[in-house]
Design a protein around this ligand. Structure first.
Ligand code: HEM
Length: 138
């Protein structure tokens, strides 16, 4: 169980590195005007998205493995609330994918200010999930 938890947290850190940095790349990409910068951002975004997808998948796999090892967690309210936020996080992940594809095909229409706001969302979800998983307030 402790090994699963350790790898769950390692994978979660990998996932969040991408969830924090990919939208930050979108901020700079939206302002980039020259072709060389744009092409470089496209490569960086594609590679980062691949790594954060592995991190996200591993977080979910290790999380589910812990539930399989100790199904009594499923009766706890904090876990259900946490899983609801994880679902929102998955929606955010696939929104990132869709914006990355918009940039890849040079059809992004959103400005850097919009991406700055979008970039704040994962921090709020991280705070909520870590408090739920560690403090277990209910
Ligand atoms: C399907 C997704 C997930 C499942 C099924 C899941 C499930 C679990 C379970 C069963 C534990 C053990 C809790 C304990 O021993 O007290 C745990 C721990 C933890 N989870 Fe998740 N989790 C998921 C996603 C996430 C995500 C996305 C994050 C971060 C944003 C996260 C952060 C943590 C942390 C920090 C702990 C360690 C808590 C401690 O120190 O005891 N989990 N998770």
């Amino acid at each position: 169980m402790l090994w699963l938890k350790a790898f769950h947290v390692i994978a979660m850190v990998t996932w969040f590195a991408g969830l924090f940095y990919l939208p930050r790349l979108f901020v700079y990409h939206a302002d980039a005007v020259d072709g060389i910068s744009r092409e470089r951002f496209k490569v960086m975004e594609r590679r980062l998205f691949a790594i954060m997808t592995i991190g996200g998948a591993a977080t979910v796999v290790f999380g589910i493995a812990m539930l399989a090892a100790a199904p009594s967690y499923l009766g706890m309210v904090w876990l259900k609330v946490k899983l609801a936020i994880v679902l929102l996080l998955l929606v955010y992940h696939f929104l990132c994918r869709s914006y990355m594809l918009d940039f890849a095909h040079d059809r992004n229409t959103r400005g850097s200010r919009w991406y700055r706001g979008f970039n704040e969302i994962p921090s709020l979800m991280l705070v909520a999930i870590v408090i739920l998983a560690i403090v277990k307030p209910f």
